[in-house]
Design a protein around this ligand. Structure first.
Ligand code: GLA
Length: 729
């Protein structure tokens, strides 16, 4: 995380003030004794007089129930200690802090009647077009106040036929972009899983202001709620031709009981605006994630790994693990990760029905413990990683026998059991459980200092709504306090172990969100490793998340979930567009597969800094559906370095028919005045590079005319794909 120097912290008298990022501005009016008004959010080119003259569009920055802005849906609603339901929040003071990295504005609002305070924060990053907003709620009333709605932020905007893009999905089918016009009335996106929030509807949206969103042009707002629990994002068409975005914790079943003199901090809402379409919004989120601390070690490149899960599942033995280490080392990989199945004493973890909570090595499977494995990894010059699921417990476990009260449960009601018919979620609101989770990680890493990577899983939703720790009158705080407890625990872990790479996994991409990414280095994009479906899943995920956070593994063929047979080159090329890994049993691979994976890993090492840290340009969407033999359905994307000197281009053929028309692909993000030479990479085993290999083109030509990339399938094979390195030498 970048730490800046505080340059000034002066209360200002400002009535109208502007927060600026390189390409955007947000203008507020904060007059003492008046409502806080949002005057403008958008492109930096609007002048002060443009904005002042359009003042009719001023809008309460956070409409509150009971205030003069009752015509708007409230972003805030409380019930005071004496039963009063109203909030009339007026500006008390404005403070500005400036650091080398960002400008932070704090506007303190006070209720006209009750001793109730709201601090509204806006943090504008100097290097990235992202403004984060959130609030702190505090009161000095005689008894607790109930927070009935407590959005992190609201944003009023205008558009001509605005469209919403959000990611809808499921387990093994994450991140399907859904685009729809914003019609009159309210559109709500929410998630009520309790523990994870990205599988079904993810907490990030884009809003194209003028018609359906385009990839590389047009005005688009992006918003990401940095929270991993239940949330609600609402888009309301107001009666003045404007629209309002509201985003915050879902108040359903979470009306929060706030004790006097306690500060409640809402999650950050990250906002961006771009004239470069969805691509511009994505690049802003990626850069912010990497450089502004929203991802742990965001600017580091990630190792190439083999994960044991789809290769051997629970059938772990020392011999099998060491054989897999030999394989990944021989391919040129850098890390081996032992997945589920290594633990349990009284209850061995042979399937998913037992043992979670008992984080001790199963010595029947691993007689020489983890030490033998970390030694073996070191001897092979690779690193070692391990799977845990710390927030979970099975009823068949020693932990549950000892601490049944640590599981979430509704008193007097029968337990609802999850995965394996026995899984429960631990009560992360309970400090004893937080200590247990911290200690299990601490013990694992202290006893095995050579563990350099952890896969942190979360395979259950909250099904038992109740905490034995929270008092009767605070049961409603559970959904929120669970996540505050989790984050507190992760902060402790990160303070002690800043360099261990930790993967955020939740049955695949169930926790791909910016609430948790500040504590994680990457996330498991999906449990589905079918390369064809991965093209789609990774495409959607890339709208908001950077490539070095996206764990993408080469799976087996035929693939176990879909039965699809796909060439190893295609499987490699699809995985190589993010953080490359493997997830199969190398012992079952053919010689051709082994040779191709070795080439892929060698080439990926050269391309990795461009892929993992470059700027993403999506070129042809797999969602541009072309059904039938006339024209080929393709997907293509590229990464370009900041200095535009190098780029990596990926092209995938998704359908194969004889004599079908190929697609011309126009590149993006290059310097029009430079000449780029193409070098084909990960060439299909036994084949020569294609005709474009070694050819040079100007950036202008590549971006305006484009390339016919040979993706022919005639007489050869399904799922053709190509990767090129572009250099300006
Ligand atoms: C979840 C994860 C998988 C794997 C299994 C192990 O489903 O998403 O990758 O780790 O758990 O049980």
């Amino acid at each position: 995380m970048l730490l800046g120097l505080w340059l000034s912290a002066i209360p200002i008298q400002a009535e109208t003030f502007t927060l600026r990022t390189p390409g955007t501005q947000l203008v507020l009016e904060a007059t003492q004794g008046q409502d806080l008004q949002l005057l403008y959010y958008g492109d930096k080119s609007a002048t002060a007089s443009d904005i002042a003259n359009a003042n009719a569009h001023a809008f309460a920055a956070l409409p509150a129930f009971g205030s003069v802005d009752m015509i708007y849906l409230p972003a805030l609603q409380v019930q005071h200690a004496d039963g009063d339901l109203n909030l009339e929040l007026v500006v008390d003071k404005v403070e500005q802090l400036s650091t080398v990295n960002y400008q932070l504005s704090t506007i303190t609002l006070a209720d006209k009647l009750q001793p109730f305070t709201l601090r509204v924060y806006y943090k504008a990053w100097h290097s990235v077009d992202i403004i984060e907003t959130w609030t702190e709620i505090e009161h000095r009333e005689k008894k607790p106040v109930t927070l009935k709605r407590f959005d992190s932020g609201a944003l009023h905007f205008y558009g001509d036929n605005p469209h919403l893009l959000h990611l809808h999905g499921d387990w093994a089918a994450e991140a399907m972009p859904t685009v729809e016009p914003l019609t009159r009335g309210m559109k709500t996106i929410r998630n009520t899983d309790g523990a994870r929030n990205a599988h079904l509807d993810a907490p990030e949206v884009m809003i194209a202001l003028d018609g359906a969103p385009k990839e590389n042009y047009g005005s688009v707002i992006g918003a990401a709620l940095c929270w991993s629990g239940n949330y609600e994002i609402r888009l309301n068409a107001a009666n003045n031709d404007g629209y309002t975005l509201y985003a915050g914790i879902d108040p359903q079943s979470s009306e929060y009981v706030l004790a006097p003199r306690t500060v409640f901090v809402t999650p950050h809402l990250a906002l961006t605006y771009s004239n470069e379409g969805m691509g511009g919004v994505s690049r802003a989120f990626h850069r912010w994630a990497r450089t502004c601390g929203m991802m742990h070690n965001g600017n580091a490149v990630r190792d190439i790994l083999l994960n044991s899960w789809e290769g051997i599942y629970f059938d772990i033995t020392e011999e099998r693990i060491i054989a897999m280490m030999n394989d990944i080392a021989a391919f040129g990989g850098e890390l081996f990760v032992m997945d589920d199945g290594w633990f349990g004493n009284k209850y061995p973890r042979n399937n998913d029905s037992s043992s979670l909570g008992d984080w001790v090595v199963d010595t029947r499977k691993l007689p020489n413990g983890l030490k033998a494995l970390t030694d073996a990894a070191r001897e092979r010059h690779i690193k070692f990683g391990i799977w845990i699921e710390p927030e979970a417990v099975n009823t068949a476990s020693e932990l549950f026998e000892k601490h049944p009260d640590w599981a979430l449960q509704a008193r007097g009601r029968e337990l609802k059991l999850g995965r394996g018919g026995t899984q429960l979620v631990l009560d992360m609101s309970n400090p004893q459980v937080q200590d247990f989770v911290f200690n299990l990680v601490d013990t694992l890493l202290t006893n095995n200092p050579e563990i350099s990577y952890i896969k942190w899983d979360a395979n259950a939703s909250i099904q038992n709504y109740g905490s034995t720790y929270l008092p009767k009158d605070k049961q409603n705080n559970l959904y929120v306090d669970y996540h505050l407890g989790l984050v507190k625990t992760l902060e402790r872990i990160r303070a002690k172990y800043p360099n261990v790479v930790i993967q955020n996994c939740a049955s695949g991409g169930g926790r791909a969100n910016y609430g948790l990414m500040p504590y994680f280095d990457e996330f498991w994009v999906s449990d589905n490793n079918d390369a064809l479906q991965r093209v789609f899943i990774q495409w959607g995920t890339s709208y908001f998340f950077p490539s070095n956070a996206m764990a993408q593994h080469i799976g087996g063929s035929p693939y176990l979930m879909t039965g699809r047979v796909a060439p190893v080159k295609f499987r490699c090329d699809v995985a190589m567009s993010g953080r490359l890994g493997m997830e199969l049993q190398p012992a079952h691979m053919t010689d051709e597969e082994r040779a191709q994976c070795t080439t892929a890993i060698t080439d990926y090492k050269e391309l990795r800094p461009i892929i993992q840290l470059g700027n993403l340009y999506r070129l042809v969407s797999p969602y541009e559906t072309v059904v039938g033999p006339e024209k080929q359905q393709v997907a293509s994307l590229m990464y370009v370095t900041d200095d535009q000197a190098q780029a990596v281009l990926f092209a995938y053929g998704l359908t194969s028919f004889m004599k079908q028309q190929s697609r011309r692909i126009r590149l993006a993000g290059l310097d029009p005045d430079r000449t780029y030479t193409l070098t084909e990479k990960n060439i299909r085993h036994g084949e020569q590079p294609c005709a474009l290999h070694g050819k040079s083109f100007t950036g202008a030509y590549l971006m305006s005319v484009g390339l016919d990339i040979p993706l022919s399938t005639e007489y050869s094979h399904d799922y053709p794909s190509r990767i090129f390195l572009l250099t300006d030498k």
